[in-house]
Write a protein that binds this ligand. Structure first.
Ligand code: MIG
Length: 750
């Protein structure tokens, strides 16, 4: 395809490779990140994920070798050969990743004669597993390679042997392991080898395909329908190092407001002032801590965004301020689809300014969503983002505290948007085919920036659809799951892989969105869910109510126990957010992130870490009251009984309905808060430091939890050294905020 390498020329850190049939580029961004670029569609990268110049000045060498050129940084080498074959090596010369040179051979073909018959019965028949895409890259796989990441895909943690597609999709059917796409497209994956590790960020927004060894055990491929071959090869010394480089490239979750880490109550179907007042009152009556109630589409006037129904709500401003007095904030849903209706200002203004997507012949493109016929704001246009952002004033003025962006795949009720619908990509005209996977990203960006400008506070934006890099703007949830045990189980690898893909602020609908939950499932879901950064019970209209008090006394008290656990751990979660902002490390982590050399955790689907100190092994199966827990190397303590365990082994652990097995790593310091009904109920709470046996050190972060003053230094940072034997040293690493009124040290296990 490329032919022979004719010559190569470096210009700064960009190397132009001239081949017989095509020119390609390698760009050394850092000693660990090399961009590979073949400009099939455009000379520019046009990345939506990466903002700003990520090149750090580093030295590297280029050396002519037999059959090609060797590029070497202090961390990586890349052998560049004819036909644009690239082979990456670590700094010791160990091969990490080679381009595949053989011909493609499917592991599986189907008997021709059966195809028609199978299709008639409705089977999904693949004629060949060797589809070629216009943009494509095939790389070798070693026997024990495991693959992680790729965002919100269903199925297991390890993506080896599976295939996926990136095409943001709103699929209301129960999400299954075999689904190729869901709402998000995050083309980043990490390959963990027996020895060695690397990541690849394939920055292409068109419909993309990933086949991780399903076609053939010896190679994997990624490709797209259109666009450039534009990927970043990321080397690193460990998985955290890779995640850190990926988030250096695409951005990190900014520190959220503290209250957003509290409990959220939601339901599609809360549709009147009385309902919201009743829910708030019930939460308080049942002593369930809660910081927010979500307003789903029924608060609007006929599903028109930027309106509020005034027959079912006498005065939303008063309602919201009454809720706020109880410590409960309002988060409102805002969908992208704008109702086609004369005299509706959003519609009229958008039409007058040409702010909606168009058909190829220049008419406004109309499809349908909740409000009926609807038009799609062209969020790739900066003027549209600004306009939308300014309109958010409607919500800020009423006292709304956060925005929940839904349906932004974008979803459509009248069939999918055709590929050729015309959108804008910044200054340039483009098509739905290219913009689809970043539509949610651009909407979240509009919401984030608009909200920030209006309030000066850290915006709380939730989005359903996103692309790589959306973590800079929004929190995500995994969309319409169902009240199924399989979905509770799936939530673990799904959130872990989102975290490895840079999206740290994640959650699933606790209790399940569709279908009806059972008391037992609810009890188990709250136990896992209380570790999700986004901690929200939500369910669908048409399914049974699932507020915590509807399952009897036993479940209510279990529910309360875990919401209280979460509230006590808020300083710890907030610290994890700070770590995430600085390093990109997620909050919910698969064990493999910290124990990558332990082969027992490479396929660990039913345990996870919350930060480095807590290991959670929830029950995710009906009727189970005892389970096997694997603990990686080191000493661990049962959170509840303080019993000591030696890591590197499996242990049977009791888990009656009210117990979620949790283990604390020896030497941990866990910062905790006194119990509160909402963040800020106690204006200036004390800090409780739980000090576990063993030695270790911990950095605790403290600020006002709301605005951006911390970026000017208004925060405190404390280094807490656990010296073992009930000895602790606290030093201030940074001072710019008030101290705690009191710091209480609780030694565990003495
Ligand atoms: O077509 O707004 O995923 O959380 O409750 C359904 C109604 C639209 C889908 C979201 C869900 C939300 C629901 N929405």
């Amino acid at each position: 395809m490329f032919g022979k390498l004719l010559d190569y020329s470096p210009e700064g850190q960009l190397i132009t490779l001239r081949y017989e049939k095509q020119t390609a580029y390698l760009h050394v961004l850092t000693d660990k990140i090399i961009n590979v670029f073949v400009p099939y569609a455009s000379k520019e990268h046009r990345s939506k994920a990466i903002e700003g110049d990520k090149e750090q000045s580093v030295s590297f060498t280029l050396e002519k070798i037999v059959g090609g050129v060797m590029l070497t940084t202090s961390f990586l080498s890349c052998r560049i050969s004819d036909d644009f074959k690239l082979d990456f090596y670590d700094k010791n010369g160990v091969l990490l990743c080679a381009d595949y040179r053989g011909s493609r051979v499917p592991r599986f073909t189907i008997q021709e004669s059966l195809i028609e018959l199978m299709k008639q019965e409705g089977h999904d028949v693949h004629l060949t597993h060797c589809t070629d895409y216009p943009v494509q890259c095939v790389k070798t796989l070693d026997k024990n390679d495991c693959i992680y990441g790729l965002g919100d895909k269903t199925g297991s943690l390890n993506k080896r042997y599976y295939e996926y597609e990136n095409w943001n999709s709103d699929i209301p059917d129960p999400h299954e392991d075999s689904f190729k796409s869901l709402y998000k497209s995050i083309p980043f994956f990490i390959t963990l080898k027996e020895k060695g590790i690397y990541g690849i960020f394939y920055d292409n927004t068109y419909k993309s395909y990933f086949n991780f060894g399903k076609e053939n055990d010896g190679y994997y491929s990624f490709g797209s329908d259109n666009g450039n071959l534009d990927y970043y090869f990321i080397g690193g010394s460990s998985m955290p190092d890779i995640v850190s480089s990926y988030t250096y490239l695409t951005g990190r979750m900014p520190l959220p407001q503290k209250w957003t880490l509290g409990y959220h109550q939601s339901r599609w179907g809360y549709d009147s002032e009385e309902t919201f007042r009743m829910i708030a009152a019930k939460l308080r009556e049942c002593r369930i801590p809660c910081d927010a109630i979500h307003f789903d589409i029924d608060y609007m006037e006929r599903y028109k965004v930027f309106t509020w129904n005034t027959s079912r709500f006498t005065d939303p401003g008063i309602l919201l301020s009454d809720l706020k007095k109880q410590g409960i904030k309002a988060v409102t849903i805002v969908d992208p689809g704008v109702k086609v209706e004369e005299d509706y200002p959003m519609y009229e203004e958008g039409i007058a300014n040409d702010y909606y997507a168009k058909t190829p012949d220049g008419a406004t493109y109309v499809n349908a969503v909740w409000p009926g016929d609807a038009v799609y704001p062209d969020f790739g246009n900066p003027a549209v983002r600004k306009w939308w952002g300014e309109h958010l004033k409607f919500y800020t003025e009423l006292g709304v505290a956060g925005i929940w962006n839904d349906m932004n795949e974008p979803a459509s009720f009248n069939g999918p948007l055709p590929d050729d619908v015309v959108f804008t990509d910044e200054g340039r005209q483009t098509t739905h085919a290219e913009i689809h996977n970043v539509y949610g990203h651009n909407m979240a960006k509009a919401t984030y920036e608009g909200w920030k400008a209006l309030t000066g506070k850290r915006p709380f934006v939730i989005t359903r659809a996103c692309y790589g890099g959306s973590q800079k703007y929004a929190t995500v949830w995994t969309g319409d799951n169902q009240s199924l045990w399989t979905h509770l189980r799936m939530a673990i690898p799904q959130q872990c892989n989102l975290g490895l893909s840079g999206v740290a602020y994640v959650g699933t609908d606790i209790g399940g969105f569709g279908a009806d939950t059972t008391p037992e499932l609810m009890a188990r879901w709250i136990q896992t869910g209380c570790f999700s950064p986004l901690f929200r019970n939500h369910c669908a209209k048409g399914s049974m109510d699932q507020e915590p008090w509807l399952f009897g006394e036993e479940v209510l008290s279990i529910y309360r126990k875990y919401v209280e656990l979460r509230y006590s751990l808020l300083p710890y979660f907030y610290d994890l957010c700070r770590v995430c902002e600085q390093t990109g490390l997620p909050i919910i982590r698969p064990l493999v992130l910290h124990y990558e050399n332990d082969i027992n955790v490479r396929n660990m689907n039913d345990e996870f870490l919350a930060g480095e100190s807590l290991l959670v092994a929830p029950v995710v199966d009906q009727g189970v009251t005892k389970r096997l827990v694997y603990l990686p190397e080191g000493i661990w303590y049962d959170y509840w009984s303080h019993e000591e365990y030696r890591g590197g082994d499996y242990y049977p652990v009791d888990a009656p309905l009210d117990v979620c097995p949790i283990f604390v790593k020896a030497g941990s310091v866990i910062p905790k808060a006194p119990s509160q009904m909402y963040v800020g109920e106690i204006p200036d709470p004390e800090l409780i430091l739980e000090v576990w046996p063993g030695e270790g050190s911990y950095v605790h972060y403290h600020d006002n939890g709301e605005d951006f003053a911390y970026r000017e230094g208004a925060y405190n940072e404390y280094l807490i050294e656990n010296k073992g034997n009930c000895e602790v040293n606290i030093t201030k690493l940074h001072e710019g905020y008030k101290d705690y009124p009191d710091v209480r040290i609780k030694y565990i296990g003495v």
